[in-house]
Design a protein around this ligand. Sequence first.
Ligand code: NDP
Length: 329
Amino acid sequence: AKVYKYQYKFRGFPKYTDLKITEEELPEIQDGEYLAQAVYLSIDPYMRAYANSLPVGSTMIGTQIAIIIESKNPNFPVGKYVLGDFGWRTHTISNGKLENEKIPQHILPQHDNIPLSYHLGILGLVGYTAYFGLLNICKPKEGETVVVSGAAGGVGSLVGQIAKILGCTVIGIAGSDEKGKWLTGELGFDHFINYKTDDVKKALTIAAPNGVDCYFDNVGGDVSSKVIYQMNEFGRIAVCGCISNYNSINEPEDVLLQFPITFKQLRMEGFVISRWADSFAEASLQLLEWIKEGKLKCRETVTEGFENTFEAFKEMLKGRNVGKAIVKF
Ligand code: NDP
């Protein structure tokens, strides 16, 4: 198996030399085990955020779709596809229960006309994050104004579309005009703000003249502070992530959010998607239905080749992905 191992802890923007590709000789599988070969690897921002909590020398974390090529475990038969937190590696031996898995390994259902890779995005944690973060924390009502940052990414592009299904006015914030065209042209977002070139505060007062009721925050930092200052009384903020800070070596800037939170009586709540693990099946059914009805569209940015995995990770952190970032092996 080829495996990416941490060579150094990331400091600032990750460097190619922080990881090292090694060859690992795999033993024969034992009773209860299976051997899987990676097909798709999910590229996610959390990899940057969590990587440094792992010891140097361990395998770079990540979720895979892999095909089972040998098996001595009846629950994981040869030829089936499995979802597992195997990390950045080509082959994995598992007994079906690796420790520290966000979600347990399981055989993936194959739906007609739905790409298998969707299980890393819209029909996986990314989809559940958009669905539960929006419905359970933002709780948008028909006619309200919803803002989402990181709007053209895996999570953000779904949040905006679900908010449209619920009858809201949707404003997406992202980092390029090409992304904006996709959001307003194809996904039905009402407005787009380019946080790199627009004055976010001014653009928001124009796009949301009646203020913002819900904010789904994927990025944190200055952009989020500007949105939060435009919120209406009793507004709700789902704090999903803060990618603007993941590569920073500086302490976060001190912005006084308590002011709007107090006087506008806002509710701001962070979440980690595993909180709703018991309801993933329900979300999956609903998301699948919306895909089939043509109400949810999704896009993937696919990088080919194990050797290009670091490149895909770097490009995602730089915002070069539209929709879900994945690597195909
Ligand atoms: P994305 O597909 O959105 O990819 C990351 C995007 O972040 C890039 O495309 C880039 O787009 C944007 N970005 C990068 N740097 C910055 C910056 N400095 N400021 C603003 N935007 C930036 O990733 P995901 O959809 O997978 O994840 C989105 C967020 O959700 C992340 O913060 C992630 O950590 C979080 N998350 C949280 C979960 C939870 O359980 N709470 C579960 C899953 C994800 P652009 O061109 O717009 O800059």
